[in-house]
Write a protein that binds this ligand. Structure first.
Ligand code: MRU
Length: 368
């Protein structure tokens, strides 16, 4: 997408064709800085500390991490070790495992002397596929927004609520939840986005608001608890979120707080859609609440906040009473019964095993 007149993806190869560059998302929204990664360890670090985050981008970074490892040592042992250590970086987003399983399966068949080039090609393909998928999600999701728009008065915006950042910063480009929004906006459909701030790491306030602003999409940042109130007053037409892992039965794991939004949406007859690329579907799982591993992150993300002072300094302050325990589960699971539909690259699906399997029969076969 466009950043001040320059086209960016979230991850790309530097001019030497080997070094991998990313946008450091820990610095947002105050500083736009890129980081170069030359080793697999640096790619693992970037995922772990969330310089890159969002399920699809985590998968893409892992794929480049394997390429960096193959550049250093293309042996079988090195390939297995790279995949194992990258897999340890974050537990919930299944795109990580998807990318690494596929990398391992693809590259083990390639002779070590050709593995470096094959690994870079694999990572480039993962990135290009992510973009194509998100554009298809955008087209399908735009039809939902257009249908709501047709029920409105001329010029009245469709109000979309989103949680966390499932924007282009969470993917290679376009985003999942934001692709329909960007395409609607670019296509002349008036939209307005309610952006959940998404405590504790503020992906909504820091990332989603930043990217919508850069693209000129009208939006309003709200505290995470405001969504239910807005829905009660008819101010939300549709909820669109992303997901880090969705089961074969349509249970959706996403950033903590998504479940409460889905409950409020159900109570207020607001359609609740989840935009997802097929690599985010975990065909091995049937019960999201019981089976999806939920990342527990540092308590400091809850007990502290970082922001910019009036003097322009970036500072971190404590916001919890001294001595209090803090808990920080990073994701929750919205059961399929609360989901109106899944916006995938192959169309909008009902959130159930039959519909998902019918849309992606080749993935079902692979996981059997
Ligand atoms: O902890 P994060 O920032 O990696 O979590 C990201 C989210 O929860 C996103 O909403 C989700 O990954 C969808 S990304 C297209």
């Amino acid at each position: 997408m466009d950043v001040d007149g320059k086209k960016y993806r979230t991850i790309w190869l530097a001019d030497d064709g080997e070094t991998v560059e990313i946008i450091d998302q820990t610095k947002f929204p105050y500083v736009f800085e890129t980081v170069q990664m030359r080793t697999m360890a640096e790619a693992a670090h970037a995922i772990r500390v969330m310089q890159v985050r969002g399920a699809p981008l985590i998968g893409a970074t892992a794929a480049y991490g394997v390429a960096l490892a193959m550049r250093e040592d293309p042996s079988d042992i090195s390939l297995h070790a790279a995949c194992s250590s990258l897999l340890e970086t974050r537990p919930t987003a299944v795109n990580l495992r998807w990318a690494l399983d596929l990398a391992r399966k693809t590259l083990i068949q390639v002779a070590p002397e050709h593995r470096r080039d094959a690994a870079y090609k694999f990572a480039n393909d993962v990135c290009n596929e992510d973009i194509a998928i998100n554009m298809a999600i955008g087209m399908h999701g735009m039809e939902l927004i257009a249908a709501i728009s047709r029920t409105k008065r001329e010029g009245e915006p469709v109000n979309i609520l989103t949680h966390c950042n499932a924007g282009w910063l969470a993917t290679v480009d376009w985003g999942t939840a934001t692709a329909p929004i960007y395409m609607s906006h670019d296509g002349g459909i008036p939209v307005h986005v309610w952006v959940d701030e998404t405590r504790p790491r503020n992906q909504g306030a820091f990332l989603t608001a930043w990217e919508l602003g850069k693209h000129g999409v009208p939006h309003t940042v709200i505290v995470d608890n405001a969504g239910g109130h807005l829905m009660q007053h008819g101010e939300v037409d549709i909820v669109i979120t992303g997901t880090d892992r969705t089961t074969a039965t349509g249970d959706v794991c996403n950033k903590i707080g998504t479940y409460l939004k889905a409950l409020a949406a159900k109570d207020n007859n607001v359609p609740f859609y989840v935009a997802l690329p097929s690599p985010t579907i975990d065909f091995s799982l049937s019960d999201g609440v019981r089976e999806i591993p939920i990342e527990e992150r540092s308590g400091e993300e809850v007990s502290q906040m970082t922001g910019r002072t009036a003097a322009g300094a970036i500072e971190t302050v404590d916001i919890v009473a001294d001595g209090s325990e803090v808990g920080n589960p990073a994701f929750d699971v919205t059961p399929a019964r609360l989901v109106t539909g899944l916006i995938t690259e192959r169309g909008v699906l009902e959130p159930n095993r039959q519909a998902i399997a019918a849309a992606f029969p080749e993935r079902v076969k692979l996981s059997a």
